[in-house]
Design a protein. Sequence first.
Length: 315
Amino acid sequence: MENKLIVSASPHIRTNENTRGIMGWVVLALIPTVIASIYIFGLRSLWVILTCIITCVLTELITNKLMLKEKAAKPNASPTITGILLAFCLPPTIPLWMAAIGSFFAIFLVKQLFGGLGYNIFNPALAARAILLASWPVAMTTWIKPVCSWAGADAITSASPLAIVKMKLVETLPSYSQLFMGTIPGSLGETCKLTLLIGAAILFIKKIIDWRIPFTFIGIVAILSLAFGRDPLFEILSGGVILGAFFMATDMVTAPTSTTGKLIFGCGCGAITALIRNFGGFPEGVCYSILFMNCLTPLIEKYSKPRRFGAGSKA
């Protein structure tokens, strides 16, 4: 009698998706916001983005060679994604050499020294942004009004919407439509919510990201903003909530993998963001909230790990 029972190691269900293919879709999802940032802030945005991408790619190639890693012969889009996301966290006026230094730190310090792709504890782009903010706070918090031109124009400095609220400035707050379309001062990739949501839709359709982290992240920000007497919709559309929730917090390497863990992670990111915005020294809190929750990911994974089928409760 033929034996049709085949016993093998997990995983038992596989798909045709691979790491390279997933990264390709992530890059595609980021392209609409790349185009929007160039249109909103001028060609200066393109130079910042290219500087970050080129530096990240070169740093990974060189460090792979120096560390004699086998993956050096198998290039992927990971450093390109890191470069784009880091550029999205930077102001349009940042000196290119600062963007290059941040890109180097993102790949070498945050990613490669921890073991490379799949081993980094923190999101490389956000960690590099935190380093740059601590090193050059003035350059990292100098915002300009949108020029909405491919050719660019003279930069006029202006406060970001969150800074206006935080410091109680007399400037007029932007409308919801301005916040949604991105015609406001801010970082390159956080202003245009329309293109960010288009990119997020692509990732959802391809099932690259799960709804639990971004929706709990945004939901907690809305609930706590309402509790603190602030406009929830304004808080969601201002700053980096949309960018962070869909593209940073959902990082496959630094976020939990279990269903419960994702919910805890998203709630933590949203709560810390709201607390920093209302009681902290910075107008924005998305970057530090995600980095803080990255630290807790191993602990969250440990206590939210689902019980194995057939195993006891203490397994």
